[in-house]
Design a protein around this ligand. Structure first.
Ligand code: R5P
Length: 296
């Protein structure tokens, strides 16, 4: 039997997955000991021989959630769980994927090793920030699959907002993979911003090929963290006469005043998935996870 366990960062997702699959949702008690150490207890008396979907998203306090994840998977494995299928919607440390300065760890690799060694049999994650490390198979020996939330997010936008002469825009070259995917999904044009240098101190940011004048924009990136990248892009697009701007990303870290700053920059709508819960996390991860598990 497949049961669903939600770590404390992803109960909102796990509970819905269990409901959708009509299977048991296993509670995990978590608290801190007085010295700050973590305590967990899985409330399931029949672990042996069952398989588990473990869902934990590692945002904002990733170290805490990671430790909890290691404890959960270890308890399941040592009590005889058959298979552990993990869903880590927001994968932590992915942007620390190289030794930028001598003496720094390649944290992405280290975390991947720890997750694998914690007893994970199969891993799914959504839009991890793959930049210098191109594929999850460079990090894991277990089956590790990256699935994008972008198609689901743009479908949601397309179905719920009445956009006129819309165009999808990415803030930089790195975002082209997401913008292209989004454009294919809802069959509209896309472009990315690029730097045009007019002199040593004169740099202009503008769309590579297309005009944005009087057009509605779906702005796409993988992560909104401090919001600076999106806010800058929104200002550029507004200066060039863009109409309505919807800023969308898979993962909404929204650090500090990011949300307010984005609205102040001129965003009409901000939208993303509930991989990280926020007031604008309108697109749910649960149906996608349930669908993956059903296919298995
Ligand atoms: C960068 O490499 C990512 O794709 C995002 O553009 C970046 O993480 C966004 O960060 P922020 O919101 O802090 O500008």
């Amino acid at each position: 039997m497949l049961k669903v366990v939600g770590g404390s960062s992803a109960k909102h997702i796990a509970f819905e997955v269990a409901k959708e699959l009509n299977t048991e949702y296993i509670m995990v008690n978590t608290r801190k000991f007085p010295d700050g150490e973590k305590y967990i207890r899985i409330l399931d008396d029949h672990i042996k021989g069952n398989s588990y979907a473990v869902i934990q998203s590692m945002y904002r306090t990733p170290d805490e959630y990671l430790m909890e994840y290691f404890f959960i998977t270890n308890v399941l494995k040592t009590h005889g769980a058959e298979k552990i299928i993990s869903f880590i919607p927001y994968f932590p440390y992915a942007r620390q994927d190289t030794e930028f300065n001598p003496g720094e760890p390649i944290s992405f690799k280290i975390i991947a090793n720890l997750i694998e060694n914690a007893g994970t049999d199969i891993l799914y994650t959504f839009d991890p920030h793959l930049h210098r490390i191109k594929s999850l198979s460079d990090l894991f020996t277990i089956k590790a699959q990256n699935i994008s939330l972008i198609p689901m997010i743009v479908r949601y936008i397309n179905n719920n907002y009445n956009l006129k002469d819309a165009i999808i825009i990415g803030p930089d070259e790195e975002s082209e993979q997401w913008t292209q995917m989004a454009a294919n999904e809802i069959e509209i044009e896309y472009d990315i911003l690029q730097k045009v240098r007019h002199g040593d101190y004169d740099i202009e940011l503008k769309p590579r090929n297309l005009e944005v004048l009087n057009r509605d924009i779906i702005l796409i990136d993988d992560i909104i963290s401090t919001g600076k990248t999106m806010a800058e892009t929104i200002k550029v697009l507004k200066d060039q006469g863009a109409n309505k701007i919807l800023a969308a990303a898979s993962h909404l870290l929204l650090i500090g005043d990011a949300l307010i700053n984005l609205y102040r920059a001129g965003a009409d709508v901000i939208i993303g998935s509930d991989s990280i819960p926020s007031p604008v996390s309108q697109v749910k991860c649960a149906p996608l996870i349930a669908e993956i598990l059903k296919k298995m």
